[in-house]
Write a protein that binds this ligand. Structure first.
Ligand SMILES: O=C(O)CCC(=O)C(=O)O
Ligand SMILES: [Mn+2]
Length: 203
């Protein structure tokens, strides 16, 4: 379903079995690359989401270094685990891009977590889309246009939904207004997991 030029919404793209398999794959990523708490550049204020990554590059943020991609986990210093095949398959089916993702950011939202409106623009190349997979609790996702002041719309994302931000929508503002805590039992102990697949470099 096309929500705007370049903005594809694939509700229920993953069935219940595929969601369970992917959640198990992410649990094994987290066992190798534990959740960390990212912090805002300059202020050092903690994000309400916890994060980890898989793939050759991981997105991190802290007070001293700001938003960036790096090859190693900020706390363990180890390389990120590979992106699971179950996740790569979604990229292959929906991205329309010939090359695989270089980064998969994994966000964990408890019932109180949210994410303010932002653009994904820490990549060198915007020709590849961003593919975003939702697992676990439902959230209220908000998306607008390329300018912060552009009007925005809400979309409830449930477990198994996938959104692709590409083409004319690659740089739209988007965020998560709230999570409907307790709406899914997929993640042990509840919560929402979001996977964001991206290409980072130009090469
Ligand atoms: O959790 C989501 O649905 C969006 C996450 C996001 O926009 C990001 O990590 O850049
Ligand atoms: Mn984003």
């Amino acid at each position: 379903m096309l929500l705007a030029p370049g903005l594809v919404y694939a509700p229920g793209f993953l069935d219940a079995a595929a969601q369970r398999d992917m959640a198990a794959d992410i649990a094994s990523v987290v066992a190798q690359a534990p959740w960390f708490v990212p912090r805002m550049p300059r202020t050092g204020r903690a994000f309400s989401v916890r994060m980890t990554n898989c793939g050759e590059l991981g997105w991190v943020s802290d007070q001293a270094g700001g938003y960036r991609y790096q090859v190693a986990h900020p706390e363990t210093g180890r390389p990120w685990p590979p992106i699971p095949a179950s996740v790569l398959k979604v990229w292959d089916e929906l991205s329309g891009h010939p090359r695989p993702p270089q980064a998969c950011l994994v966000n964990f939202y408890d019932g109180a977590a949210r994410m303010g409106a932002h653009q994904d623009r820490d990549e060198e190349d915007f020709s590849a889309p961003v593919v975003s997979i939702s697992l676990g609790d439902t959230c209220v996702f908000r998306y607008g246009g390329e300018r912060r002041r552009d009007p925005s719309k809400k979309l409830e994302l449930v477990s198994g939904d996938v959104v692709v931000l590409g083409g004319a929508s690659r740089l739209i503002f988007h965020g998560v207004d709230k999570v409907l805590g307790g709406s899914s039992r997929l993640a042990p102990g509840g919560g929402r997991i979001n996977l964001t697949l991206r290409r980072v470099g130009r090469a």
